[in-house]
Ligand binder design. Structure first.
Ligand SMILES: C[S@@+](CC[C@H](N)C(=O)[O-])C[C@H]1O[C@@H](n2cnc3c(N)ncnc32)[C@H](O)[C@@H]1O
Length: 256
């Protein structure tokens, strides 16, 4: 994954922080001592953890130096580590592993989830949310633009599309043998955004990164212009000019 741009990501902070609030509301812990935010980004999800568990030691982990810089500025009282979730191992005393919108980027992530869950102490919780939106127009159109422009043969652009998430049953079969309770659900958000262009800006801070990172500045602008045209066609303004960004997300809360 290329480095992330925290400023672009935070343009939609309110909307992006709603899923971690909904995830945290289902975490059945009262006074955890050690909490880790996996893929903490600029610290928006970490801040929720700190508010809910002020007595806990809170650690944020991310692979992006830019995100970590922002997170450290925002929450100097927390510890932030640069690491790759795929190979990271939790302290055996960890009570909560919280991961909002990060595991979808990790290759073979169901196996990484199982490994992390198995290493938790009894009663420890793994709480995860991932976008399940690869079949939405927002993502179909990213793939269309990637396949049709002068970048179509670029190896990195070709490997940019994110795979569909596995079905909930796959997570259940993999994780349930390692836990006492599991709760899996989908929520579909309908984010109200000011214009179709706002949808482009939203994904410039996340899903478009792997497409844009391999391109030079001029090709990036062309890619974004072609995507914006398709988005404007697919997401029609409502009566007040605003658009609804339909956004399905998958949630998992597993108790060891
Ligand atoms: C969409 S942001 C989520 C930020 C925050 N958790 C939130 O709730 O908004 C995803 C974050 O995961 C991080 N990330 C992606 N792959 C990672 C990996 N393999 N190891 C660590 N962090 C990773 C990215 O750098 C990015 O900051």
């Amino acid at each position: 994954m290329e480095d992330w741009n925290a400023r672009q990501y935070l343009k939609f902070e309110d909307e992006r922080t709603r899923p971690p609030r909904d995830l945290l509301a289902q975490v059945p812990l009262q006074r955890p001592r050690l909490v880790v935010d996996l893929g903490c980004g600029p610290g928006n999800s970490t801040e929720l953890l700190l508010k809910r568990f002020p007595q806990a030691r809170i650690v944020g982990l991310d692979s992006s130096p830019d995100m970590l810089r922002k997170a450290r500025e925002r929450l100097p009282q927390c510890i932030f580590l640069e690491a790759d979730i795929a190979s990271w191992t939790a302290d055996p005393a960890t009570d909560l592993l919280f991961a909002n919108a990060s595991f979808q980027w990790i290759p073979d992530h169901p196996l990484v989830l199982r490994r992390l869950l198995q290493a938790l102490p009894t009663g420890g919780v793994l709480a995860v949310q991932m976008p399940d939106n690869t079949r939405e127009p927002s993502h179909v159109l990213q793939r269309e633009v990637a396949a049709s422009g002068p970048w179509a043969d670029n190896v990195d652009v070709r490997s940019a599309p994110r795979a569909d998430l596995p079905a909930p049953e796959i997570y259940y079969d993999l994780l349930k043998p390692a836990c006492t309770q599991i709760d899996i659900w989908h929520t579909i958000y309908e984010h109200v955004l000011a214009t179709p262009q706002a949808i482009v800006e939203w994904f410039r801070g996340s899903a478009l990164q792997p497409y844009l990172a391999p391109l030079d500045a001029a090709a990036r602008e062309k890619f974004l212009a072609a995507y914006a045209e398709k988005i404007a066609d697919a997401y029609k303004p409502r009566f007040d000019g605003k658009v609804l960004l339909r956004f399905p997300r998958l949630f998992i809360v597993a108790v060891r």
